[in-house]
Write a protein that binds this ligand. Structure first.
Ligand code: ATP
Ligand code: MG
Length: 189
């Protein structure tokens, strides 16, 4: 099964995706984690990536796409994959559609986790104190939310028109959110 998971920063994508990949036994492709792994190296590429992410901007589409398409074509993903935090722009969504047409493997479902901005800011500031991610500070959080509304939110309508969108309330408890996600899947689990 191929699943796209969309949600604003701090919506709880990472947490819910970890549970979902356990349940479905498919790989978890988090572009945020892949990009953070790139940033841990000390190379020209890692500094290039960090200059975007630490400013709350999105990494360039072509770069993200290169990383994702390599993964999707790998043998681990023959039974499917869960895309977490990807696509994040209309360009990425179109590039993903093209790639999946080429691979003859259509997307099964797009899950959207809905959480209002006030709740997100609160959660991200708390997370900043716990894991000290360089992009979890007040200015960057606001910029990431702005970027989400501007560049990522249009994907909700794009996938809704394709009849693939299922929206879930992300303000409930971790358990309740996961239950709602399970019910939104095209197969019963
Ligand atoms: P959540 O808390 O819901 O997991 P998040 O804000 O932690 O959300 P990540 O998915 O971890 O989001 O991404 C962190 C950063 O990595 C983003 O702010 C962005 O700069 C970069 N990034 C991640 N995925 C993409 C993508 N598909 N395209 C461009 N940049 C991306
Ligand atoms: Mg995350």
């Amino acid at each position: 099964m191929l699943i796209v998971f969309i949600g604003p920063p701090g919506a709880g994508k990472g947490t819910q995706c970890r549970r979902l990949v356990d349940l479905l036994d498919i790989p978890h492709l988090s572009t945020g984690e892949m990009l953070r792994a790139v940033m841990e190296q000390d190379t020209a590429l890692s500094r290039y990536v960090a200059s975007y992410i630490n400013a709350g901007k999105l990494a360039p589409d072509h770069l993200v796409m290169r990383i994702v398409s390599q993964k999707v074509k790998s043998p681990d993903c023959t039974n499917g994959a869960l895309f977490d935090g990807f696509p994040r722009t209309m360009v990425q969504a179109q590039m993903l559609d093209d790639l999946l047409v080429e691979l003859k493997r259509p997307l099964d479902v797009v899950l959207e986790l809905q959480v209002p901005d006030e709740v997100l800011i609160d959660r991200l500031l708390k997370r900043a104190k716990i894991d000290g991610r360089a992009d979890d500070n007040d200015a960057t959080i606001r910029e990431r939310l702005r970027v989400f509304h501007d560049q990522t939110k249009p994907l909700v309508q794009y996938y809704s028109k394709q009849g693939k969108l299922r929206s879930v309330d992300g303000t409930k408890s971790e358990e309740e959110v996961f239950d709602a996600i399970r019910k939104a899947l095209p197969i019963q689990t």
